[in-house]
Design a protein around this ligand. Structure first.
Ligand SMILES: Cc1ncc(COP(=O)(O)O)c(C=O)c1O
Length: 396
């Protein structure tokens, strides 16, 4: 029997893999030196381990070691990339291109910049009902770039509807027009093979807790090969990370991130089809058990959608109420990262869902530790709760 409750919220965060925890533990208990301490063995051991982890992380994402800047997570990486580039390039222009369905960790810094006089063009992706719903057409980016465009920032995979944007085409356009391209790759790193150099991406954000590593540890890839990207530091202090991001390095976190990424990439070719099969089992199971289950976002066919992502609306049912009625299953109604904000999902609204359909949606995020009987359990309990809630609201 499956352990209860069942965790199907792997886009919000993931369980630390026990193998990752084992790799991290010595750096809490034995090698606990500050990687910035010179002249003693503890500091040297920590620094050697960090540099080894940096090389390993870089190799996993098509980067050189000196192109990786450690941060506290993807929110910080996005802020560093966006503010860091815009402050550097202010004289070149004051226009930014992005997409309406970005995470708040991109949209909010952009909104702040817009208030200080920058112009932000937010592109609208394909609408619900299209096979590629949620996806950006690269031509939209080409049409939006102007002579004064200082940055393009487009995510790799959406955290709510799992849609994958065509990064190689977008970065080719940016390169041709001489505009730096930042990618929030938070939901994609560890879930697929990514080579930032080959893709032509100039800056990319990611965070360990989305791929079975610890929370509070992320990185920003900053291109140095070919066209070197210059960033204005956002945190000043001890000059760590070549002065781009001061602050004592999170040594166990960095070791954990490297270990987690290695494990993901070793398993990715089997994990993608396995999770996609579970996701398809979940959608089919729900649609067979009850009426009025609509898939939100793109088709589930690769390479349109993250393998572990399912977002559906249940006609006539409030998503929050549904969550409260399936307490043994952890899912999300909207984005957990913005759960302080009770507004309906801006992503679903941006792809054209009505407010009712948006409010009746649930996001399932499948991951490494889910098995087929978790899905059976979810189908049984979610469909029973939907039926119960529909009876409650039906007039007699
Ligand atoms: C696409 C995306 N970007 C950024 C973040 C923020 O990441 P962190 O929690 O590491 O700050 C998240 C978290 O959900 C995300 O999904």
């Amino acid at each position: 029997m499956t352990a209860r409750p069942i965790y199907l919220d792997n886009h919000a965060t993931t369980r630390v893999d026990p193998r990752v925890l084992a790799a991290m533990t010595p750096y809490f208990l034995e090698e606990y030196g500050n990687a910035g301490s010179v002249g003693h063995l503890f500091g040297e051991a920590a620094r050697d381990a960090v540099e080894q982890a940096r090389r390993s992380i870089a190799a996993s994402v098509g980067a050189e070691a000196n192109e990786i800047v450690f941060t506290s997570g993807a929110t910080e990486s996005n802020n560093l990339a966006i503010r860091g580039v815009l402050q550097q390039r202010r004289r070149r222009g004051d226009h930014v291109v992005s997409v309406t369905t970005e995470h708040k960790a991109v949209l909010d810094p952009l909104a702040k910049w817009a208030r200080s006089g920058f112009e932000v063009t937010l592109l609208s992706p394909q609408q619900q009902g299209a096979d590629h719903a949620g996806q950006l057409d690269p031509q939209q980016v080409a049409d939006a770039i102007r002579d004064d465009t200082a940055l393009v920032t487009i995510m790799a995979a959406n955290n709510e509807i799992g849609v994958l944007h065509p990064l190689a085409e977008i970065s080719r356009i940016c390169r041709e027009r001489g505009v730096p391209f930042h990618c929030d790759a938070t939901q994609a790193v560890g879930k697929m093979e990514l080579d930032f150099d080959a893709l032509g991406v100039d800056l990319a954000s990611f965070t360990a807790h989305k791929f079975y590593g610890p929370k509070g540890c992320g990185a920003l890839y900053v291109r140095r090969r070919g066209k070197r990207i210059r960033l204005e530091p956002q945190i000043d202090g001890g000059g760590q990370e070549r002065g781009v991001r001061s602050g004592t390095l999170n040594v166990p976190g960095i070791i954990g991130m490297a270990s987690a990424l290695q494990l993901c990439l070793a398993e990715v070719t089997t994990e993608i089809p396995r999770q996609a099969a579970l996701r398809d089992q979940l959608l089919l199971g729900l649609q067979t058990a009850i009426d009025g289950v609509t898939l939100n976002g793109p088709l589930c066919t690769p390479p349109l959608r993250l393998a572990g992502n399912l977002n559906v609306s249940f006609a006539g049912v409030d998503g929050e109420a549904l969550m409260m009625n399936v307490r043994e299953i952890a899912v999300s109604s909207g984005s957990a990262c913005t759960s302080a904000n009770p507004e309906p999902s801006h992503v679903l609204q941006a792809i054209g869902l009505s407010e009712d359909a948006t409010r009746s949606s649930l996001r399932f995020g499948l991951g490494r530790f889910n098995r087929s009987d978790d899905i059976e359990f979810a189908v049984t309990h979610v469909s029973a709760a939907v039926t119960r809630l529909r009876k409650m609201v039906k007039p007699t």
